[in-house]
Design a binder for this molecule. Structure first.
Ligand SMILES: Cc1cc2nc3c(=O)[nH]c(=O)nc-3n(C[C@H](O)[C@H](O)[C@H](O)COP(=O)(O)OP(=O)(O)OC[C@H]3O[C@@H](n4cnc5c(N)ncnc54)[C@H](O)[C@@H]3O)c2cc1C
Length: 583
């Protein structure tokens, strides 16, 4: 069954114990024409970026990309990647765009962030919500790079809690008067086109936010100095100030008062780009660390011969393959017109940014002293990688989002049933016929759970039959865990962050495993098992790893130290210090 705009969310269904395998199988692949385009893009990027490896180090130290280099990026069409051809862009699919960012990130993360912030978030609102007139007006200039775009949501008092922004816009005739201060805006220093979010129902009204296009030429727009950062240092990050800026009403993006939805949709739809960048960073480090491990001799042998080095490299490969699989599935969802992929996008961001962090950290460990030296690219890649766990939604906030959103449907059906669900698990058959659809699914889940041989991920290739069984068991574990947690906490789950985090971690593991199994299954089907032995090994390792982690999270739902940990945190918060100095 093809993916459509009304296809269900894979993860919401998984929370019910249902594996929507048609959303994942067969694993997506690029069409021949797009592959041809990508080969051209990759080869042009290599000619532009490879000779600049030394420059990237210097620009990182200086904290700036030179204007002449930005002109080169424009000349190569790197600001036009996702803009439709009708407006002068390259019209790349989400898959090809993400692959392009992956390739750029192999050379330099600051460059990937500059290009990515323009296309993934800066002008994404115009693509998603712009009227034809607005698109005609700005997209051609954004495609050539005559205008570079930035996304202005964060403020000094509003980071994760974006609804608490203080910028305001007040209607005045045909215009809005916009006032506010935005913080840490990527591309701030080089942008001419800002997607800005402001309250349009007064500062105190949390809901009433509107998105505006503000161009730099409007009087009252000013830019702060370049921030001195830990990583992605050469990318531009600045404050952006709006002092009573007269913004024409024609610059409103989407509906007045619906700007929060605009912001969230932009962030969701841009996550495949960030995932692509993470994959690029991992591939770079794997290439560097494998060479280093073979060249470096200690105790009379290349360090690559030692088990502990192989252990790191093996996990780096698994993490990279798994992230790439999830990123490709996510991008396919976007390209196929699927609408309900916010949870899967958040999962891909969290897993990708953390897999990148592990990979870069272990890569640096393999290079050891060399890894610590600025002369080699490991430390820069490590510094650059850290931001991915912070921006576009911190991974902590995204974990809460993943758990609460994916469980939402189960929760609302639980609520509908109220007391009629009580005892269902004691006697699943009793309720058949009288309970709602939800209860029927729950009942069948319980009976399926008992009949462990009943397959639900049936379209996987038989070469993955062991992994199939594990995935099905873990899916039933997830559904059981969601049910238990929701019954235990009800709507108070919102305040139970330890419990939500555990569920989110189970969900993250399972989505990434499902994408990886889909990829390996399709590879076996296309090429035969003998040609993909290493991919089968990846599937086996990842399945084992996920099984152990999920089981651990499951056991901790009831057996944990949550209250003690909170008590120790409260103690430290009261003392504002560590309390047990012995001198
Ligand atoms: C280099 C860089 C570039 C950026 N680019 C942009 C950009 O282009 N446009 C833009 O608008 N913004 C941008 N940002 C801002 C970025 O999106 C925010 O930093 C991010 O959203 C987090 O906000 P904060 O830093 O204020 O952290 P806070 O929201 O203050 O959070 C602090 C900590 O508390 C945690 N926390 C917060 N609330 C909760 C909760 N309810 N439950 C549990 N934990 C919680 C967070 O996870 C975090 O660990 C950028 C930031 C940086 C550093």
């Amino acid at each position: 069954m093809a993916i459509t705009s009304t296809s269900p969310s894979f993860m919401s269904q998984l929370c019910f114990g249902t594996i929507e395998e048609d959303l994942l199988l067969p694993y997506p692949s690029m069409g021949e024409a797009e592959q041809e385009t990508m080969r051209g893009v990759i080869s042009s990027l290599e000619s532009l970026l490879k000779p600049k490896e030394k420059d990237f180090r210097e620009w990182d130290a200086k904290g700036e990309l030179p204007p002449a280099f930005i002109e080169e990026l424009k000349g190569m069409g790197l600001f036009s990647l996702v803009i439709p051809e009708a407006f002068g862009g390259m019209g790349l699919s989400a898959t090809a765009y993400s692959r392009t960012l992956q390739e750029i990130a192999k050379y330099d993360a600051s460059v990937a962030v500059t290009v990515g912030a323009h296309s993934s978030i800066g002008m994404r609102g115009l693509l998603l919500f712009g009227t034809d007139e607005q698109k005609q007006r700005w997209l051609p200039k954004l495609a050539t790079g005559e205008m570079i775009a930035a996304f202005c949501l964060t403020e000094p008092g509003a980071g994760s809690d974006a609804a608490s922004i203080k910028s305001t816009a007040v209607r005045d005739g045909n215009d809005w008067l916009l006032t506010g201060n935005k913080l840490w805006i990527t591309n701030g220093g080089i942008a001419d086109f800002f997607t800005v979010f402001a309250k349009t129902g007064g500062q105190a009204d949390r809901g009433n936010i509107t998105a505006f296009v503000v161009t730099k030429d409007l009087p009252g727009v000013s830019i702060g100095p370049h921030e001195d950062k830990m990583g992605i240092r050469a990318s531009s990050t600045t404050t952006v100030h709006f002092d009573n800026v007269r913004v024409p009403a024609a610059n409103v993006l989407g509906e007045v008062g619906k700007g929060f939805k605009v912001a969230m949709k932009i962030l969701n739809s841009g996550r495949g780009g960030l995932g692509g960048g993470a994959v690029g960073g991992m591939k770079k480090i794997i290439a560097l660390a494998t060479k280093q491990a073979k060249e470096r001799v200690q105790f009379g042998k290349p360090i690559a011969d030692f088990g502990l080095i192989k252990q790191k490299l093996g996990h780096m490969v698994v993490d990279c393959y798994a992230t790439e699989s999830a990123v490709n599935v996510l991008n396919h969802f976007v390209d196929a017109g699927h609408q309900d992929y916010a949870v899967e996008a958040a999962i891909t961001k969290v897993f990708g940014s953390e897999a990148l962090w592990r990979t870069v950290d272990e890569g640096l460990q393999i290079a050891a002293g060399n890894g610590f030296m600025r002369e080699f690219p490991y430390e820069r890649t490590l510094r650059d990688a850290r931001i991915n766990r912070i921006y576009e939604g911190t991974n902590d906030i995204l974990r809460l989002f993943i758990a609460l959103t994916a469980m939402n449907e189960v929760g609302s059906q639980l609520k509908e049933l109220g007391d009629s669900l009580k005892g269902l698990f004691d006697n699943p058959i009793k309720g058949f016929g009288v309970l709602s659809d939800y209860a029927r699914r729950r009942a069948s889940l319980v009976t399926t759970y008992v009949k462990r041989d009943k397959a639900t991920f049936t379209k996987l290739h038989p070469a993955l039959s062991k992994q199939q069984v594990v995935f099905e068991e873990l899916t039933r574990d997830l559904a059981t865990a969601v049910d238990r947690v929701l019954r235990k906490h009800g709507k108070n789950i919102i305040g139970k962050q330890f419990a939500s985090r555990r569920l989110a971690d189970i969900m993250i593991e399972l989505f990434v495993l499902a994408c990886t199994l889909s990829r390996v299954s399709t590879a076996v089907a296309n090429k035969g098992a003998a040609q993909v032995t290493k991919e089968l090994e990846i599937a086996e390792v990842l399945t084992g790893r996920v099984r152990r982690r999920v089981r651990r999270h499951m056991s901790m739902i009831d057996d944990n130290d949550d209250e003690l940990i909170k008590s120790l945190a409260d103690h430290a918060l009261d003392a504002e210090r560590y309390s047990w100095d012995n001198v």
